[in-house]
Design a protein around this ligand. Structure first.
Ligand SMILES: Cc1ncc(COP(=O)(O)O)c(C=O)c1O
Length: 459
């Protein structure tokens, strides 16, 4: 501490900016070539990384280099050191969690957003980013058939969007209780913990929907969180009845449609979202099923003033003369510095268009339907939950341990990557279809791997 720098800065060198540490044209071409060829070959790689914990770290130097290295060295180590430690979320046989394709327009827009490095702490620090965010949220609301006039902004994740909604609900109601079903995503419980709010879980029915008759007295509830497309089985809570109960009790209704919300782009799927138009807030993640790179979580509310009352805290150094007329989205959520996420969503909406987005959702659904049929027709296998979207829950005959072992074997094969849930107290496999590049052949390969490993286990 307090030591003088070893070398003084040469006064001459201050007259010019330092040279770039990577050449955007030549290194950029190489990086783009890397990205393009990765997406072409990712389907040939094992989906799940085949490394032990600590293995990648052990291959990396303990310290940053003293002298700058060429960018080519970064690309080389990406290939040689990091790639073996990548689980390929862009793989056509990535069927775990929820599908998350980052499509090309979004990838390129991320490069441009990083280039601009526009940081929307206030309207004046990023007028274009702020206003484009409003526009793409309005566009998306129209594409999804949401009511006119909702205020929307982008958060990093549904976890943040939900915690923001819960905080606004507490602010608006002066109450401290959050109610959700036992199928709600863990982000609701985590949000309640972060905010010091009490959580009450309501039982789900055998089809994994919140039981409205179990909602109980909501007079002390700040918010009820309903889910359209739960994480475990993509079940759909009865939102209209939950909205009635919220209205009667003066509770805030937050709808978590993080995964399934993108399906509203298809009018024939909007039945599943009945009642969502009565929500006080709604979260949909285009980074899950709408071809947008992580991170892009859309939070709409019909009550922006409550969100603002919960979050607005403008210190002196951020007070500006234009504040009266200009919207600063940092007043509607936890983060001050907000990145230019709207650019990638804008690129995705423009380059795919409504029709392209609809085709993407319908394709995922059609593949899920096909897979569901194969499972239904196969002796010794069962479907474990009603399928509404592109998630199929299944298991083979035998107990939980056999199915756990089956999942481990298929994932270790590298052929496909699935995840699991416990539904109605049984261990089930989740096959979440919906990657942009998945073909029927990919779904077939996963099914073949499941049956092959299943047969080996059954002896
Ligand atoms: C229904 C639902 N809500 C919320 C989340 C959390 O999403 P995020 O990772 O954006 O916080 C998930 C994650 O899969 C989810 O399935």
């Amino acid at each position: 501490m307090n030591e003088r720098p070893a070398r003084e800065v040469d006064a001459e060198s201050l007259r010019e900016p330092p040279g770039p540490r990577a050449d955007l044209r030549s290194d950029g071409r190489a990086a783009l070539e890397w990205a393009a060829s990765y997406l072409e070959r990712v389907g040939d790689l094992p989906v799940l990384a085949r490394v032990a914990p600590g293995e990648i770290r052990a291959r990396l130097p303990a310290e940053a280099p003293e002298e700058g290295e060429p960018f080519a060295a970064v690309l080389r180590d990406l290939d040689e050191i990091l790639l073996p430690g990548v689980t390929h979320w862009q793989h056509p046989r990535f069927f775990a969690y929820f599908s998350v394709s980052a499509s090309e327009p979004g990838i390129l827009a991320e490069l441009l957003a990083a280039t601009l490095n526009s940081i929307a702490i206030l309207w004046r620090t990023a007028p274009a980013a702020t206003e484009l965010e409003g526009v793409v949220l309005d566009w998306t609301a129209k594409l999804l058939g949401l009511p006119d006039g909702w205020h929307g902004h982008i958060e990093d994740s549904a976890s943040t969007s939900t915690v923001a909604a819960m905080m606004a609900a507490r602010e608006a109601t002066g109450r401290n209780l959050v109610v959700c079903s036992d199928q709600a995503h863990s982000s609701v419980a985590k949000g309640a913990r972060m905010l010091g709010m009490e959580l009450r879980r309501v039982a789900a029915d055998p089809e994994l929907r919140m039981r409205v008759d179990e909602l109980g007295d909501l007079s002390g509830a700040a918010a009820v969180v309903a889910t359209v497309g739960t994480t475990g089985s993509a079940s759909v809570d009865p939102v209209p009845a939950i909205a009635d109960a919220c209205r009667a009790a003066g509770a805030w209704l937050h709808v978590d449609a993080a995964y399934a919300g993108s399906a509203m782009v298809c009018p024939e799927l909007r039945w599943a979202f009945a009642g969502v138009e009565r929500a006080d807030s709604l979260v949909v993640n285009p980074h899950k099923w709408l071809l947008t790179p992580m991170d892009c979580s859309l939070l709409w509310t019909r009550r922006p003033e409550d969100l603002r009352a919960a979050f607005s805290l403008v210190p002196e150094y951020l007070r500006t003369p234009d504040a009266e007329d200009a919207l600063s989205l940092s007043e509607y959520g936890p983060a001050l510095g907000r990145r230019f996420r709207a650019l990638k969503l804008w690129a995705v909406l423009r380059c795919h268009g409504r029709r392209g987005l609809q085709e993407h959702i319908r394709r995922g659904l059609a593949l899920a339907e096909t897979f569901e049929r194969w499972v239904a027709e196969e002796p010794g296998w069962e479907l474990c939950a009603p399928r509404h979207f592109s998630l199929v829950c299944l298991r083979m005959e035998g107990g939980d341990d056999r199915n756990r072992e089956l999942l481990a074997r298929v994932n270790a094969s590298g052929e496909a990557f699935l995840s699991h849930a416990v539904l109605n107290e049984r261990f089930v496999l989740r096959m979440a279809i919906g990657q942009a590049s998945t073909t029927e052949q990919d779904v077939r390969r996963a099914w073949d791997a499941l049956r092959r490993e299943g047969a080996a286990l059954a002896g």
